[in-house]
Ligand binder design. Structure first.
Ligand code: DHB
Ligand code: MG
Length: 642
């Protein structure tokens, strides 16, 4: 698959954008008109720079408001087109995008439109330029790709073809299957963008909220599957208008963009495998009739990635600090046991059942506790790491001694280190043997009750606002977690956007939060990587009431839940009075739905970290979302009291 990206996706000057695209590994780019007009580089300079960078200049865009106009306006539009065609010759470009008229169209007549497009195609032909006609979702008379293509077919000129843009098609819920009916060779260009499902006017949605594939909710693999089956083999080019990406670091956004196409390519190949085309006599579009290993061949070759299964669970969570005292107390009060220190590193291991927490003391001085690493159990750490690296995940360098387990590590967009681990099927982990071994430092984990079912239930990571979408794609593509629709949770300092990423069996649940800006204390940017949001690790136990009582006996300070909460709980659920009294006495939170029940409590925050203990009853699948505002409020209270 040839990869491309429109310069409008990125921040910076045209030169900076082009360099970032080359570094990220794109094959080509679309030049957005404004980037050219505002550039100090001449068209010849741009052409040379692209050639030097190994980038093809795939599309010049957009040419607006051409069709459905009066004759005098058309004359003017043809003059303008002539100037752009001459410019394209200087740039060495051969394809221009013409979008359906949204501004000056006054005549709704397909015959007239076809006639006008045919005059444009004839002029383009004289310049050796190809015109790709794209239906904008808000086009005045033409806003549907099939309509646009009917016009292209009516004109039937070798220099006029169709441009398909996934946003304009999927935002309007147009059926994508008829893409396959487009005559081979008549799709001149394909643009891809994803988007969250939003109910707003489609122009604003398009201009501000597009995201890279895998970061939104569109069925892009299916869209691409139909494009591939139509026999298209040209560039698949990202066109993502997004307010955040346009102000983010250009090189980083270009890598995020590239990752999205690598992932989309794999997903498209998978969709094609799962949806074999029905063979018709004589073959369908683009079908060369050959079969390789039972797979139909299409002109577009789709690369795949190392195959991995979903992670089987959390292997560990790491909190880093050089001041571990409070953390040690908290974990001890929750019922964790100290398994000892690492043989060679300044690191402690604490565990409860199969929930393992590492306190890493190799931190700069005065580093308050922060979640810095997560371990995931995978079938093959080497294959999982290869996949992540092909998806351009940065590798985390590790110092290991000869006889220590080597973890494959990659850095998530918020800089949390993700380790790909080989867990044992019984939930234990071999590396724990490196701790406490017959030394004065604790007993080691061997004494632990292997039947204790405690596990890490979920981890909640706060994302910097400019990396939220990137994080969704990172966990989707590299770790194959499934993103759920996002929710908004009110807190005293703002609305928190929250998105769950999980495995299908829920053995891994990761919650990404976009914390309110207020939580970013000024002057903390780049402060030794210190996180300024609250994040937490939740542990699942079998009997939360017993866990809470034991924790209370060990002196754990519970966050005081307001009495109003319990009144509301009773009103909603008509709980057994004794049970309600127990919840209230222990400051426990409760939720119930058709699948089951959920009991949980939170600790106070140390540094940027707090812990949650949960009990899931039945098949309860949520996170106590109705209780999240209460949690935010009591934590806010607690923070401002101290
Ligand atoms: O928003 C627009 O105007 C616009 C322009 C060109 C495109 O290719 C597109 O998809 C949208
Ligand atoms: Mg477009």
């Amino acid at each position: 698959m040839r990869t491309g990206i429109a310069t409008v996706c990125l921040s910076g000057t045209l030169k900076e954008k082009m360099q970032a695209c080359a570094v990220a590994g794109f094959d080509g780019i679309e030049i957005f008109e404004q980037d050219l007009v505002t550039s100090s580089l001449s068209p010849e300079d741009i052409r040379k720079m692209a050639a030097d960078l190994g980038l093809s200049l795939d599309l010049y865009q957009p040419f607006r408001d051409f069709d459905s106009v009066s004759e005098d306006l058309l004359q003017e539009n043809l003059r303008r087109a002539d100037a752009k065609f001459k410019l394209m010759s200087r740039l060495g470009m051969d394809t221009i995008l013409v979008c359906t008229n949204v501004g000056t169209a006054t005549i709704d007549d397909d015959d007239l439109r076809a006639e006008q497009l045919s005059r444009l195609a004839a002029l383009a032909g004289e310049h050796g330029v190809k015109v790709a006609y794209e239906a904008l979702a808000w086009g005045k008379y033409v806003n549907d790709y099939e309509h646009a293509h009917r016009l292209v077919s009516a004109v039937d000129h070798p220099h006029l073809g169709t441009c398909l843009d996934s946003f304009h098609i999927l935002s309007r819920d147009w059926d994508t299957a008829p893409i396959e009916d487009i005559q081979t060779g008549k799709i001149f260009f394909v643009q891809v963008a994803d988007a969250p499902k939003l109910s707003m006017d489609v122009l604003s949605w398009s201009r501000h909220y597009r995201v890279f594939p895998g970061e939104g909710q569109f069925e892009l693999a299916k869209f691409m599957g139909h494009v591939v089956r139509a026999g298209y083999s040209g560039p698949v080019s990202l066109e993502v208008f997004n307010d955040v990406f346009r102000q983010s670091d250009v090189e980083r956004t270009a890598v995020d963009a590239m990752r999205s196409l690598i992932w989309l390519e794999e997903q498209s190949a998978k969709w094609l495998e799962a949806n074999p085309a029905i063979t018709t006599a004589g073959g369908s579009n683009g079908d060369t009739g050959t079969r390789a290993a039972g797979r139909r061949r299409y002109p577009m070759e789709l690369a795949t990635l190392p195959k991995v299964a979903e992670p089987a669970g959390f292997n560990f969570a790491e909190v880093k600090t050089d001041e571990p005292a409070q953390l040690e107390t908290l974990l001890g009060q929750l019922g964790f046991e100290f398994d000892g220190r690492h043989r060679t590193k300044d690191v402690q291991l604490w565990s409860m059942g199969h929930a393992r927490v590492i306190i890493n003391e190799q931190a700069p001085s005065h580093s308050e506790p922060a979640i810095t690493a997560l371990g995931f159990d995978v079938d093959s750490p080497v294959i999982a790491s290869a996949r992540a690296q092909q998806l351009k995940a940065p590798v985390v360098p590790r110092k290991v001694q000869a006889d220590e387990e080597v973890f494959q590590g990659i850095a998530a967009p918020d800089s949390t280190e993700i380790f790909l681990c080989q867990g044992n099927p019984d939930g234990t982990a071999a590396w724990t043997g490196e701790f406490g071994e017959g030394s004065e430092f604790g007993e080691g984990p061997e004494h632990r009750d292997a039947a204790d079912p405690a596990v890490i239930d979920h981890v909640n990571l706060a994302q910097p606002w400019q990396h939220f979408d990137e994080a969704v794609l990172f966990y989707t593509s590299a770790l194959t977690l499934e993103p759920q629709p996002f929710a908004e949770v009110p807190s005293p300092s703002g609305l928190v956007r929250s998105q769950v990423m999980q495995t299908s069996d829920r053995s891994v649940r990761l919650v990404l939060n976009l914390a309110p800006l207020l939580h970013q204390e000024p002057g903390q940017q780049g402060n030794g990587g210190r996180k300024t949001y609250q994040e937490h690790i939740a542990f699942a136990v079998q009997d939360l009431v017993a866990t809470a009582r034991a924790a209370q006996d060990r002196g754990l300070e519970f966050l005081k839940i307001p009495a109003n909460y319990y009144e509301d709980l009773d009103a909603r659920f008509a709980l057994d009075p004794y049970f309600l009294a127990t919840l209230k006495e222990l400051n426990l939170l409760y939720d119930r739905d058709a699948n089951g029940e959920f009991l949980h409590f939170y600790t106070a925050t140390v540094g940027s970290v707090f812990f949650e203990m949960v009990e899931r009853r039945g098949n309860y699948d949520g996170y106590g979302a109705p209780n999240a505002p209460v949690r935010h409020a009591v934590q806010y209270d607690h923070l401002h009291r101290n």
